[in-house]
Design a protein around this ligand. Sequence first.
Ligand SMILES: [Zn+2]
Length: 349
Amino acid sequence: MSCKPFAIGKRLIVILVFSFNLASPMYSSRCNLLLSLTILTAITVRAQVTERFISHATYLSSDKLEGRGPGTSGSILAAEYIQSKFREIGLEIPFESGYFQEFLQSESGVTERNVVGILRALSSTEKSVVFTAHFDAYGIAEEGGAEDIIYNGARDNAIGVAALIELARMYVNSGRQNQNLVFVATAAEEDGLVGSRYYTQHPVFALEEITIVANIDGFNVSGPRDDFFVMPRQGVDFVDDIVAEAGRRGWTYSPPDWIDTMNTNFDTAAFLLLGVPAFTLWTGNSIPEGVHITEPEFGSIHSPEDEINDTWDWSGVEAQLDLYKSITDYFLTDPGIISVQDPELFRKE
Ligand SMILES: [Zn+2]
């Protein structure tokens, strides 16, 4: 899958930095050269994050993985890919058996696995911040005949898993924190939050010591945005904290009313139902002033149309990664006491 908009954008920025310095009378100054090298390095590092993100999303949503249906070989390939990235990044192995947390799905009788990697706290504690993103999709349609029967699950949720992997890398590069960090790629979310529910029953660090869960389900592939919203905004007391922290980073909070109908729809709900603070975060539709973009085209989720195409704009990916990280940093350093006041709101009828 080619990703023209991003590649062109990156080259343009690099050319602009060089032109600026060549035109400047201060070009020969050592300081200025160092500054431009620093800027270039920062741009290159950031570009690499997006390139890796695209590469994870492209592989996970490729036809080779046949829609990552629970219990299929495509699901195993996805889990193996995530495991290989966790190993490459340097996340620690949480279980004797490795990164896989296997379980039997009682209704369908298939074996599935969450993929879990950890970054232990600086000193021994049970406290943890947990990151989740589901890697399953709907597999292959049973009814044949249609041209495309693979549910690639690109927006839902290959890109969320790509974000989980790159957030893990950002935290490993930042070093150990005062709480444990747990990265969980959950299985069988579309079957009823099965993998996340299993994790709540078998957490690596005590469930009641989880500070907050940052779930990722979908991600910004629409280009630059400066507004966001979260689920839930009801039954919990920490939305104001998230809004304030995001606000300090220049983000505007613009929650759509329909979000209140989604309280039971994401892995977040598996934790909230048990009184564990958890949120999922999305960017909105507001484009920063002066920025002009072409709106990308998206196929419907939960259909074979949910595939990557050339109109997707990846240039807002890193800003949303930074937003997730600044919010979880906030809860790592200044958690205060936050709670779920109405867990029953998150029980599926
Ligand atoms: Zn999803």
